[in-house]
Design a protein around this ligand. Structure first.
Ligand code: NDP
Length: 284
């Protein structure tokens, strides 16, 4: 079997066209979706992600501002900036680009963002709602993956899903979303024994390890859906995933490439959450 490629770039372009129309319609009702991005320091990867987010906002007609703060900014100053954005009526979504410098407590910052403007879906209140199966802002990467699965009508109910990686932003919420849709979910991590054996039982295999090509075709069950979340920069400067694409695609039924897979979907879901926030706050 050779897998069908799940092209996240194509799907996200299509979704952006739909969102542009939605934003235009909202503007007719005097609702102007608006995202504030806060960037601390000069991390080149963070800067590039932020540029991608600004560009995507522009394409869909969402207003965005960027607040750039120096690496040396104190935690207290950052919390004040967030508080101002929480109180700014015209701002619907707030995103603090992670990682933050070591002297700033990331959790404290995440807690400071109003849950109503938490378009990344990282606030404990929103994570709690996700655990409860309540309506909330879904964390963008798992939300994007779910949207890709749904776009191909890939069945989730009753399927065996294996998630490699248990971070708060990808692995954990991914498992919760699949569980909510009645998959049987197994989490794997760095202390997991027999990783290959467990992975090769998966109907849906999500790999979010941050380890270049750690998973090859021998981890993949015939016909499995393989989602590669990893973004790794190779020695030649190009980006690649956690999955060895060539061998995995010979076994999988569907597979995401890197780049043009999960990455573009993550940004697109941020826009979706910002529109959702704009609708929600404007109702109040
Ligand atoms: P983290 O580093 O926070 O988590 C990595 C997870 O992988 C951990 O749970 C870790 O286990 C597990 N892990 C690491 N090595 C192994 C191993 N040898 N065997 C089994 N499990 C292992 O990363 P993130 O979740 O933030 O990101 C994962 C990858 O996805 C990165 O490459 C990142 O760049 C990418 N990413 C891509 C996004 C996109 O939009 N496409 C968005 C976000 C991230 P343990 O918990 O035990 O340490």
């Amino acid at each position: 079997m050779t897998a069908e490629i799940l092209n996240g770039k194509e799907l996200s372009d299509q979704l952006k066209i739909e969102m542009k129309q939605e934003v235009e319609a909202l503007k007719q009702e005097d609702i102007h979706p608006h995202l504030t991005v806060i960037l601390v320091g000069d991390n080149p990867a963070s800067k590039s992600y932020v540029r991608g987010k600004e560009k995507a906002c522009e394409i869909t007609g969402i207003a965005s501002d960027l607040i750039e703060l120096p690496e040396s900014v104190s935690e207290q100053e950052l919390l004040l900036v967030i508080e101002r954005q929480n109180n700014a009526k015209e701002v619907h979504g707030i995103l603090v680009q992670l990682p933050l410098p070591d002297h700033i407590d990331e959790q404290k910052v995440i807690h400071a963002i109003s849950p109503l403007k938490d378009v990344d879906g990282f606030h404990p209140i929103n994570i709690g709602k996700l655990v409860n199966g309540e309506e909330t802002f879904l964390p963008c990467t798992p939300f994007g993956i779910l949207t890709m699965l749904e776009s191909k009508n890939i069945e989730i109910e009753g399927k065996r899903a294996v998630i490699i990686g248990r971070s708060n932003i990808v692995g954990k919420p991914m498992g919760l979303l699949l569980l909510e849709r009645n998959a049987t979910v197994t989490y794997c991590h760095s202390r997991t024994k027999n990783l290959r054996e467990i992975a090769s039982e998966a109907d849906i295999l999500v790999v979010a390890m941050g380890r270049e090509h750690a998973v090859d075709g021998s981890y993949v069950k015939e016909g499995a859906v393989v989602i590669d979340v990893g973004i790794n920069r190779m020695d030649n400067g190009k980006l690649t995933g956690d999955v060895e694409f060539e061998s995995a695609k010979e076994k999988a039924s569907y597979i995401t490439p890197v780049p043009r897979g999960v990455g573009p979907m993550t940004i697109t879901m941020l826009l979706k959450n910002t529109i959702k926030a704009a609708k929600g706050l404007s109702e109040k």
